[in-house]
Design a protein around this ligand. Structure first.
Ligand SMILES: [Zn+2]
Length: 183
């Protein structure tokens, strides 16, 4: 029984690597060791996993209209997936669908076969590592005084109905696309 679960984790880890998830984040999500995830990465991709700093800036998600839209999309997909599957599978599932849904923005040269599997982290508006960070930091919970615990907030545009990420202190009730178009 334990063995079957392990195999599922390995298969999930391979899919993550193909979506350019770094070995460190794969290890964190699946509970597999770093040594295992580095090996999986190398076997699957034919090169070593990139490494580097962990994201820690929640404002990064607000720095372009696309990031705001994509961030809200990832959170929605993740919330839905969480209801149906275990945590390690839920995020991977959500990110896979996010990558498929937004593949039209990635140049055709950046993927082969499945558009969710791209050549590098830069071929996604929100890379796997940052998307995972977003799901960890995001919460709609409030403190006892009614203040939100998280500075980011998913909002629905009053003009076009799209969900987007905003800052709690932002006054605009329209999405960045509608603001740009002065709708
Ligand atoms: Zn709008």
């Amino acid at each position: 029984m334990a063995r079957r679960v392990d195999l599922q984790l390995y298969e999930t880890a391979k899919v993550m690597a193909k979506m350019q998830a770094r070995a460190c984040v794969i290890s964190r999500i699946t509970g597999l060791s770093i040594a295992d995830t580095r090996k999986i990465w190398h076997d699957e991709m034919g090169r070593s996993s990139p490494s580097g700093q962990q994201p820690n800036d929640d404002q990064w998600f607000l720095k372009s209209p696309l990031r705001r839209m994509h961030g809200a999309l990832i959170l929605q997909l993740y919330a839905r997936a969480q209801k149906a599957m275990p945590p390690h599978a839920a995020f991977t599932h959500a990110y896979y669908h996010y990558a498929r849904l937004t593949a039209g923005l990635a140049p055709r040269s950046t993927w082969q076969g499945d558009p969710a599997f791209r050549q590098s982290e830069d071929d996604y508006v929100i890379p796997f590592l940052r998307a995972h960070f977003l799901t960890l930091l995001y919460t709609d919970e409030t403190l006892s005084d009614g203040q939100r615990k998280c500075n980011l907030q998913t909002r629905r545009c009053k003009s076009c109905g799209t969900l987007y990420l905003g800052h709690v202190e932002e006054v605009s009730s329209k999405c960045p696309i509608c603001v740009a178009q002065k709708k």
